[in-house]
Design a protein around this ligand. Sequence first.
Ligand SMILES: *Cc1c(COP(=O)(O)O)cnc(C)c1O
Length: 383
Amino acid sequence: MVWMVAVASSCVSANPDWPGHRAGAVLTVDLAAIAANYRLLDARTSGALCAAVVKADAYGLGAAQVAPVLEQAGARDFFVAHVDEGLALQQWVSPKSQITVLHGARPDAVEECVRSGLRPVLNSLEQVTQLQALAKRLGGPLDAVLQLDTGMSRFGLSQADVRCLAQEPERLAGISLSLIMSHLACADTPAHPANAEQLQVLQSYAAQLPKAPLSLAASSGIFLGEAFHQALVRPGAALYGIAPNSYGPNPLSAVVKLQAHILQIRRLSKGDRVGYGLTWRADGPRRVATIATGYADGFARQGAEQGCAWFGAQRLPILGRISMDSMTVDISDIPEGQIAADDTVDLLNTSYGVDAVAEAEGTIGYEVLTSLGGRYHRIYKNN
Ligand SMILES: *Cc1c(COP(=O)(O)O)cnc(C)c1O
């Protein structure tokens, strides 16, 4: 359930009717921070259009709430992965905004995609042929984005495909190419030689095709410099506060806060053990808290060893294994009387964000963010 309110610094309400009390944890999404991140990226790419990638339900944060805020911040170009995501997004942004479907449409969905006003990405010669057949049938040119594979071997036309289009330009008759795009494999590593190589390959392939604006950079690519911006940039992660690389401070604002309720506090004696497998053993007296968030809420078991919760500035290490609906943290360093059952601890906040959790889990912030579960009580702040 979604609760739209403006809230002060704490999400935990004294009101007993507040639905947040019924959930294990409260996820607060700062919509003003998302808008500020969009504006920062837009300002950094002033020679290019700044689109917004809102696939996977805006990286798990809720496209229904996030997309209108991005539009209000100035975004007019939205990218999703699937036709279904594009159709859903049309409820939440103005019909004047352009929605592009990164995977394009599978054969049986091309017509619905186009008739609905969604712009497909053409990732193969087959998709080019299908769209051309539809253009012929509908009797007019159709807008599309052409994706070229510049080294990642994932999506888009190969070098041979590009040559084929160059030799048989009639294959593109009836298709109006509004953008030619590709995607960087190593943009979070500025020194990686693949970045410059992919840019060069994109430009040389595009020179063989009808003239169209180019797009290469997603979040990390924006920070590689102006040469990578081209006509349109496609940030997703950075909008949601994820660091574009591990060099220097993250220029983006934190977007999510997650506060988990303490279910129980108990005292352990030397030798007492904690959790499935009894893998953690107390080496002396300890106080521990069981909190109401687990791996079903997106906190992977691999994060148990390095992970933690926070009580103010106090780090609370996770003890033993993470369960489906709970985990146990060490609160021994918090003076007695300062923490109690029903208080909350932070699993994500402005100084310990998804990138920090990702490091503990041995993954990336993207995966942590898109794994955040569906059973949190959600608050959209600064709407
Ligand atoms: C997901 C995606 C993006 C956005 O990437 P971020 O790294 O989240 O900014 C841009 N372009 C394509 C093709 C994508 O798949």
